[in-house]
Design a protein around this ligand. Structure first.
Ligand SMILES: [Cu+2]
Length: 171
């Protein structure tokens, strides 16, 4: 008789909160932008098939590609599809990187093509194209300066929407 029990609905509410927390964590894991080293352990070098390397991965706006190589031995050109196909960089170059530790943020949902123009490296396989997809939460404004911040906002909105819908459900 003397034992006070929490109302059943309160426990139910707690369980729902836990579930929501779990879903939010899951969401953060999925939408977090990634830093991807091109070529993995092979880094950016000749004699490695980058096209098949890239085919196995998914790229999302906000991800960062890291091209790691000995400065002077290679370079990285962000080019058009035509320049990628021909390995001819006399036109169609969007950007050139040559520090040996080039971090390129994929800030648009579009196709990107990268080539190395040292010697005949491009023809020998130092080139690949990728399709960068928009983040899962397309309703969030992506024109901001930091896409990771947008992802955090997206997580926050999800949390708010979750809490709101739960309140409606309980009341
Ligand atoms: Cu090269």
């Amino acid at each position: 008789m003397g034992i006070t029990k929490k109302p059943k609905s309160f426990n139910y509410f707690l369980n729902l909160m836990k579930l929501l927390l779990f879903i939010s964590c899951l969401f953060f894991t999925i939408s977090k932008s990634e830093v991807i080293t091109v070529g993995g352990e092979n880094r950016w070098t000749d004699g490695f098939g980058y096209a098949s390397w890239a085919d196995k991965l998914n790229f999302t706006v906000g991800d960062v590609l890291v091209f790691s190589y000995t400065k002077g031995s290679h370079n990285v050109l962000d080019v058009t599809r035509a320049a990628y196909q021909s390995c001819d960089n006399s036109s169609g170059v969007n950007a050139k990187y040559e520090t040996g530790d080039d971090h390129i943020e994929l800030n648009e949902a579009k196709s990107y093509w990268f080539i190395c123009t040292v010697d005949s490296h491009c023809r020998l396989g130092m080139r690949f194209g990728i399709n960068v997809s928009a983040p899962v939460t397309t309703s969030v404004n992506q024109t901001g300066d930091s896409s990771s911040r947008s992802n955090i906002n997206a997580g926050f909105y999800l949390l708010l929407v979750g809490i709101m819908s739960m309140l409606i459900f309980i009341v």
